[in-house]
Each structure stands twice: as C-alpha cells, then as structure tokens.
Design a protein around this ligand. Structure first.
Ligand code: SF4
Length: 515
C-alpha cells in the first residue's frame, strides 16, 4: 500500500508529552518508538508494517537524524533482524519490523539473538496477517515465540493500546533480558485514532562494548543460555506481565459461572457479539500470548462451569495451554474452543458471533447481521496500466502461436504472481521469496517432457534473496531456464519502497565506485 506523508506528520512525530494527535498506525508506531528512546530501526517492507518503513524513509534525514537515530531499509528480513545485535551486550534500545511471512526469513538471526538475550530493550514488530489480507500464506507468529522463547504482545483494536504496549514492551525486554515481539495486525496497523503523545527521548550515545563472552552463541554458552531462557528470562517476563497488568479482564459481569478467554483484537469482537446477543459474562483477554501467566488463567477458570476460548486459527496453542493449566490445577471447568470456533480463516465479528450463539445456545441470523448485500467475489489483479500486463499478454500470444512448446512457469513473491490468475493463467509455483526459479530445477528434469522453464521475478525480490537463492543455484547446477526480471526500480508490491535498482541508489553506488 503506497502512502505519502506530508509535513504535518513530522510535526506529529515531534509533539511533546501532554498533547494529543490523530495519527495513522505508522505514525503512532514510530512516535511510540521515538518516545521510547530507540537508537536504531531496521525493517523490510511487508503489510501492514510497510507503512512504517515508508514513513521512516521519509523522516530519516530530518526527525530521525536530528534525534541521532540510525535507520535502515534492510535488504531482507534477516538483515533487519540482525540489527538487534546492537542490544545484546549494550544498553541500546531499538526495533525491527517486517511482516509475518518475513519472520521465516528472519528466524535464523532471531533464534541466535533470542539465545544470547539482550541488555537494551529490543522489539520485533511483526505485521500479523493470518487472514491473508495481504499475505500469500496463512501464518501466525505465535509458534515462533514458543520456538525461540520470546514474549509476544497482542494489542486490542486501539492504537493507544498498541502505543502503550510498545512502551511496556521495551520495559519488559529490559526486565527479562529477552527481545519482545509486538504484533501489528492489519486491523490495527491501518487504523487512525487520537493518541496521547509523550516526550521523545534522545538516545544516549554509549561506549560500544565488545560482546560479552557468555552472550556468544557457542558451546558451552548455548546450553547455558537455553537454561537461562526458561529458568530466568521467561519467569521474569511472567512476573512483569502480571505486575504490569498486561492481560485484562473486561466486562466484570454478575454472571460468574461462564467466561470467555480471547486475545488481541478478538476481544473487541467478543464484546460486540455479547452485546448483539444480549448475553453477559467476564472476558479475559490475553495481550501477552506467551508466556501465559498460569495463576491468572487458573484464577479465571476456577468456579466457572464452562469457558469458551476464542482464538484465531491453528495451531490452537492458547487453547492447549489453557487446558493444560486446568489439568495441572485440578480445575474441572468445561473448556470449549475449536469445536465451535473456526479452525481456519481470519476471525471476524461474524465468526465470533456465530461461535458465541452456539456457546450461549441462542439463535442468531449471522448472515443477516453481515449485510443484505451479496458481494461478488473479487480476485486480486494488476493495477490499471501496470507495465507487467503486456509482458504476460505477449507470452500468452507466444504460447498460442506455438502450441507444441512445452513450458514450465515459476513465479515468485510479487505482483507478477498474479500472472497465475485469469486472464493469463500461467500457473507457476509460488514457494516463497526468491525461490521461484530454484523451485523448477528438479521438476523440469523429473518429468517426461523436458519442459523449458520461464521464471518471473521482480527487482525487489531479486535483491531480497533471488540473486543468491535462485540465480546462484541455477548457475551452480547448470539449470536451463529463462529468468524474466521485472525491473521497475522499486519494491512495488509493498508500496514502492526503494531498493538497489532505484536510480538514486544506483547513482550512490557509482559514486562509491568512482571514489
Ligand atoms: S507492479 Fe504491482 S504495484 Fe506496480 S503497477 Fe503493477 S500491479 Fe501495480
């Protein structure tokens, strides 16, 4: 999503405490980071955090430079995540951002930094998009939090809440010695809201220390760090989450025998649905999804006859955690979850309403609640005037004129993946950033037909990982393929961010070469 920012935004970013401002998601996120005293910010664009990358690019040479903050548009998510190294042994605060599928690319760097732990507050802002509003596959960040032992915060549908959680996240990170994940869901990241400003904090320049030996991810320290993660850092994180009241009980109802446990923005949908069906019960909302505060959960379950867990998607980790807390504490409350809440798809108000109507056994016309209008299915397509269209048209004509040609198409992650849909129908693979051409190497040689491979890739993907993952692999393994690079000078799909093909960047590189 391309967004341009004007001078008004700079003024919002410079507001002192005591003021209020009507900010978009990107502005509120960046303002909260400035208020927290970050020294660095690194990101790779992906919705909805791509708007933060674009905003940072816009104010990098004004607001951020004046505050002494280093900001980078990283080449990919792994490079962005690696910037967190600054916080390992030094009391330096910073943040990195990318979307949920980008976590797959960043995971190696994050696993190492999560093992070392941090001294300065370190946040990982993740554009969460299980509903695939912008993302190609349905993914949740929560399993990564479990895998790497990282606290993970999930705001309600409120930018003020997201801002507060960013402040809490830095304090939590420093108190527990762990990087902290903060989810930025599409439904929050694209909101605008009146938010209270706090004073910006200029980061102090520190005498950079070499890494402390115990923080290096080498044996024997790796196992010591692993033990420290589960015996020291996560217990401290749990203590902080409880003391700071991160998780909240909403709707202190008189009906104490029934309860609902939910998380993040789903809490707002649960309250609205309760209101719609005229039912009432307390709602415990997890705004920290991991670690779970066991005694808080046990306290909520105790004395309830039945509790419904409204959790987005699968795996239903929260439900399993809550069942295990009940079992460990001898609590016999009936727990319902995925029996009535859909296993797949983004949770919306309508799905919550459907689930609650079954839980409370009331009749609801969910369809009638949605809308009387039948909305036709709309497939994603190229923008009007997109220069990629004629290329696909030309290949389609070529194919029609040469029906004997045996072609195998590979696509990658970018707008050109839409070539797989009508009217072009080039049903190539989509296997993740930079992997398109590599995904055809075995297939083109395993079949009878010896197909010729045509692979599509944008210049954003080329610089992200396509050069090393697909091109280098093809050269190393004598792959016979044609690679079409859509060279439009920008990372287009996420909102026209600059990359190494952008003329301004090319000019810079030429200057470096001349010098
Ligand atoms: S490359 Fe993508 S963003 Fe650019 S015009 Fe085409 S469809 Fe639109």
């Amino acid at each position: 999503m391309a967004i341009s920012y004007d001078k008004k935004v700079e003024n919002q970013l410079l507001l002192d405490g005591g003021n209020e401002y009507f900010g978009s998601g990107a502005v509120v996120i960046l303002k909260s980071l400035l208020e927290s005293g970050i020294s660095y910010f690194a990101s790779y664009p992906g919705s909805p955090t791509a708007t933060v990358t674009s905003l940072v690019d816009k104010v990098k040479h004004t607001v951020l430079r004046d505050l002494g903050i280093y900001a980078e548009e990283s080449t990919n998510e792994a490079a962005a995540a690696a910037a967190l190294r600054s916080s390992i042994s030094n009391p330096i605060r910073g943040a990195v951002a990318f979307k949920v599928v980008g976590f797959n690319v960043a995971a190696d760097a994050i696993a190492h930094i999560a093992s070392s732990g941090v001294t300065g507050g370190a946040l990982i802002l993740v554009g969460e998009d299980y509903g695939c509003n912008n993302t190609i596959v349905a993914e949740k960040t929560l399993p990564y939090a479990y895998k790497s032992g990282l606290p993970i915060l999930d705001a309600s549908a409120s930018l003020q809440h997201l801002s507060d959680l960013i402040h809490d996240g830095f304090a939590l990170s420093e108190y527990s010695g762990s990087p902290v994940i903060v989810l930025v869901r599409s439904r929050v990241g694209y909101m605008s809201e009146v938010v209270k400003a706090r004073d910006n904090k200029r980061p102090e320049k520190v005498q950079v220390k070499e890494e402390i030996l115990e923080k290096l991810t080498f044996p024997p320290y790796t196992q010591i760090q692993e033990a420290e993660k589960y015996t020291l850092r996560l217990p401290k994180a749990t203590e902080f989450i409880k003391e700071a009241g991160i998780n909240r009980v909403y709707n202190h109802s008189s009906n104490k025998s029934i309860g609902i446990i939910t998380h993040g923005v789903l809490m707002n949908m649960v309250l609205r649905a309760l209101n719609s069906i005229d039912e009432d019960c307390p709602v415990y909302s997890l705004h920290c999804l991991y670690p779970i505060v066991e005694n808080e959960v046990a306290e909520f379950l105790t004395d309830k006859e039945k509790v419904l867990i409204v959790e987005e998607g699968m795996p239903n980790i929260l439900e399993k955690e809550i069942r295990s807390v009940a079992q460990a504490n001898g609590i016999r409350t009936k727990i319902l979850g995925k029996e009535i809440i859909p296993k797949a798809g983004e949770i919306s108000y309508e799905t919550v309403l459907g689930g609650l109507s079954k839980f409370f056994q009331v009749q609801v016309d969910v369809k009638g609640e949605i809308s009387a209008l039948e909305i036709p299915e709309r497939r994603p397509t190229f923008c009007t005037g997109c220069p990629e269209r004629p290329i696909f048209s030309a290949i389609k004509i070529l194919k029609r004129q040469n029906p004997e040609a045996r072609l195998l198409f590979s696509s990658d992650i970018g707008c050109y993946a839409l070539g797989g849909l009508p009217p072009f129908d080039f049903k190539g693979s989509v296997t993740g950033m930079g992997t398109g051409m590599a995904s055809s190497s075995a297939l083109s040689r395993a079949g009878k037909n010896e197909e010729r491979v045509i692979s599509f890739m944008g210049d954003g993907t080329f610089w992200h990982s396509g050069l090393t993952t697909s091109v280098a692999n093809a050269l190393r393994n004598d792959q016979d393929a044609v690679l079409v690079v859509f060279y439009n000078y920008h990372t287009a799909m996420t909102g026209h961010q600059r990359n190494l093909s952008t003329p301004r960047e090319v000019k810079k590189l030429k200057k470096v070469k001349e010098n």
